[in-house]
Design a protein around this ligand. Structure first.
Ligand SMILES: [Zn+2]
Length: 170
């Protein structure tokens, strides 16, 4: 039996684009209301009123969800790290903090195109200076995450291997 406390069902939109993760309880409710079709079963069972139901690992909605309720990616430390693949954008080492490319003290804004993940060492080198006054160079110009990026912020960095084939970004 799978662990019911950690089990999550990957829910795809009717267009097969990844949409969200559902708890077993939520997945059961969607199933009983015929709102999803199972694409892949799990080994987690939940007992409903009359029968026990196998909770899906992956399911597709029978209807199209238009509201992109979670698609605006919040500008926070975690999401900046995800966008920058947890790598320092100056040297490529493991990122430990966030740097404002144009320092806030020099009028830089807290926006996607002015923040990068960076390591402690580069952060110290950079300090409160403009990039041109340091030996550092940006690996790429920071930008607003696009496309299906938001799904990464939902599923995290270690998605269930069974989801993989359904997480291909389109
Ligand atoms: Zn660095």
């Amino acid at each position: 039996m799978g662990n019911i406390n950690t089990h999550k069902t990957l829910i795809l939109n009717s267009t097969f684009q990844p949409l969200s993760l559902a708890t077993p309880k939520r997945a059961l409710s969607l199933l009983l209301n015929k709102k999803i079709n199972v694409l892949k079963e799990s080994n987690v069972k939940l007992r409903s009123i009359e029968k026990s139901v196998i909770i899906p690992k992956v399911a597709v909605l029978t209807y199209y969800v238009k509201a992109p309720y979670s698609r605006r990616v919040a500008l926070n430390r975690e999401n900046i790290f995800i966008r920058d693949s947890f790598n320092c954008q100056y040297c490529g080492k493991e990122a430990e903090s966030i740097d404002h490319v144009i320092p806030k003290s020099k009028g830089g804004s807290h926006e996607w195109n002015n923040v990068v993940a960076c390591c402690k060492k580069c952060n110290l080198l950079k300090a409160d200076k403009l990039l041109s006054k340091t030996v550092l160079n940006l690996k790429k110009i920071p930008s607003i995450p696009e496309g299906n990026f938001w799904i990464k912020t939902i599923i995290g960095n270690n998605p269930d291997p069974d989801w993989k084939e359904y997480l291909v970004t389109q």
